[in-house]
Every structure is written in structure tokens, then in C-alpha cells.
Design a binder for this molecule. Sequence first.
Ligand SMILES: Nc1ncnc2c1ncn2[C@@H]1O[C@H](COP(=O)(O)OP(=O)(O)OP(=O)(O)O)[C@@H](O)[C@H]1O
Ligand SMILES: [Mg+2]
Length: 273
Amino acid sequence: MNWRKDCQAQLQHIVEAMLITPKRDNLNKIVILNPKGGCGKSTLATNIAACYARRGPQPAIMDYDPQGSTIAWLKRRSNDLPTIHGIAAFKKSMQATRSWQLRVPDDTVNLIVDSPASISHDDLREFTRDSSSILVPVLPSSMDIDAASKCIADLLLVAKVNRNEGKLAVIANRTRKHTKSFGRLMRFLDSLGIPIIAVLRDSQNFVHAVEQGVGLHEMQPSRVRPDVEQIEKIVTWLDGWEARRTRALKITGMRRQPFSRVSILRKSQVRSV
Ligand SMILES: Nc1ncnc2c1ncn2[C@@H]1O[C@H](COP(=O)(O)OP(=O)(O)OP(=O)(O)O)[C@@H](O)[C@H]1O
Ligand SMILES: [Mg+2]
């Protein structure tokens, strides 16, 4: 009866996935995603979280990376710095229900989701469900550019992210200007018509910030000014999420009801719709 086990496993997976985040109209759920390992997802997540923490109210960071990089960064964070709520989503606890483990504090306005490398198509759909912004960090090597183009195609075709919603943006990471690969990366992103909202240079500042449990703007300003400017550009773009959603609703007449709610209607309800 393998099919029964398969069905049960799938059902469990769907139920767990539906519990990933609460459906709250005022929650800015920022998903950082690219199945290519090492492209800078966790680094970006920590810097965005630190930026929101400084501004307040306290943001939350949900870590799906099995290496627990962002939770480890939070642990290294000094008590004197603005706090960030950490959710270790990569851990499966036997003591707590999944929904309890993944709960987001009621007063959270900004939730940053750090996704793992190598995610399946099902996970891609679930991670992006109810997201207000999706950030794809891309490195400028040929292999990374190929992986990023596949990731973006999957987001559009598999996860059905609508480009008109304007929630998808790319961040060029670890770039060295004037190199051939940098030019190729820019042409590739341009051809997709997806905005490149920041260009992060290859800098040890990012490495040191992660090691010290800080965000870049919590470091000595004279050392990190160009990097901080780029992180602020990202946060400014993220802050426009409600305006982007309203614009998209006007343009496309999209309904706000999330697909998950439609999919759990009973047959009788479907007939009456
Ligand atoms: N702009 C940058 N300049 C220099 N080093 C960077 C930069 N961005 C990230 N790194 C370094 O690259 C490495 C990988 O970054 P990170 O762990 O954030 O990637 P990731 O996408 O989360 O990886 P994984 O897919 O394994 O979770 C880390 O050592 C990090 O310090
Ligand atoms: Mg990571």
C-alpha cells in the first residue's frame, strides 16, 4: 500500500506548508530564494532584518536553511542591538506542533524568510505563497547565471508568480564591475524585464558582519558606506510592497483571495460559486 503512504506523506506536506505563515493582509513577507547554494541568501536576509530592526518594530526572520545560518547569526548578536525574532523553521521538533514552531508574533510587520538551497517545485510554490516580495540574489558566474535563469523561469511558470504583481526582483551579488561576467549578468536580467534593485560588491564587510552578528549599517560607517547604500535601496524597494500590490490589482483586476483558500473549498461550495 505504498500509494496510501505516498498520499499521507503528501497530505502532511501540504498541511505543513499551509502553516508556513499566517495569512495576514498587513504582513510584509519577504522571501529570499535561489536554489543555487552560496549565492548570498542568508547574508542578504541578515542585513535586511538588521535594517528593519533598527527602524522597528521588531522584525522576524524565518530560517529554512538546514545549516541554520541566520539563527546562528542571531545567536551571535549582542544584547545591546535591536532585537529580531528568530524562527528555526529548519528544525523539526517532536515537542511542539509545526504551527506552534512556525508561529509569527502578532505584532510582526516584516517577516524575512531565508530559504534553503535545492528546493523542489512544491516547495517553491509554498515558499512564495502569500509573499509580498521575492528577492533572488544572483552571482555573476556562468553557472550561477544559468541557475538563476532557471530559478526565475520556475518562479514564473511553476510557482505562477505574476510579473505584473511586481513582487519579483533580482540582486546582483558579489559583483566586480568591468568584468565580462558582470556585463553578461546585466544583459541577462535586462532581457527578463525584472528589476535589478541593487548591486552588491564583493566585499569582506559582508563576511565580517555575519561573523559578528551585525548588519552592515551596525558597522563603522566609513568602512561600509557603499554597501549600506545598496542595502537601503533594497529596503526602500521592499517598503513599496503595498503600493505595488495596489497598482497590480488596478492593472490586472487580480483578486486578492489567495489560491490556497480556493483550493480547500468543498465540492458543494464549488457548485455554488
Ligand atoms: N557580497 C558579498 N561579498 C563577499 N562575500 C559574500 C557576499 N555575499 C555573501 N558572501 C559570502 O558568500 C558565502 C555564501 O553566502 P550565504 O551563506 O549568504 O549564501 P546562501 O545562498 O545563503 O548559501 P546556502 O544556499 O548554502 O544557504 C558566505 O561565506 C558569505 O559570507
Ligand atoms: Mg543560506
